[in-house]
Design a protein. Structure first.
Length: 106
């Protein structure tokens, strides 16, 4: 896979995640006050926790993608940010925003 394809894939992924995160933020913002019923309250709180977790996960992913895009621009893409060796292409394929080789990531 060439770098332009990877870049396209990353940009696409980024847009998807941005849409997802903004939909989640939207849901979190319009959430009504918790219900009076205790067991319902617990369920509602659980849903909120899940949404918050998804939101922060998405933001972390966005961060990684942005970093990968910057590394493409600077020509460092595909090299491990810790030890500098070339990251295994199979790993890049599975995880296009990986910035570390498998050894350093562990
Ligand atoms: Zn490494």
């Amino acid at each position: 896979m060439n770098i332009n394809e990877i870049k396209l894939k990353l940009v696409e992924q980024k847009e998807q995640i941005e849409r997802r995160v903004s939909a989640i933020s939207h849901d979190l913002n319009r959430t009504e006050p918790l219900s009076q019923d205790f067991s319902e309250q617990a369920t509602e709180q659980e849903n909120l926790d899940v949404l918050h977790a998804l939101e922060s996960e998405g933001k972390i992913e966005l961060n990684l993608i942005n970093r990968a895009l910057l590394r493409i621009e600077s020509g460092e893409y595909g090299l491990c940010s810790d030890c500098g060796i070339e990251i295994n292409p199979a790993r890049i394929d599975a995880l296009p925003y990986a910035t570390k080789c498998i050894n350093c990531a562990e």
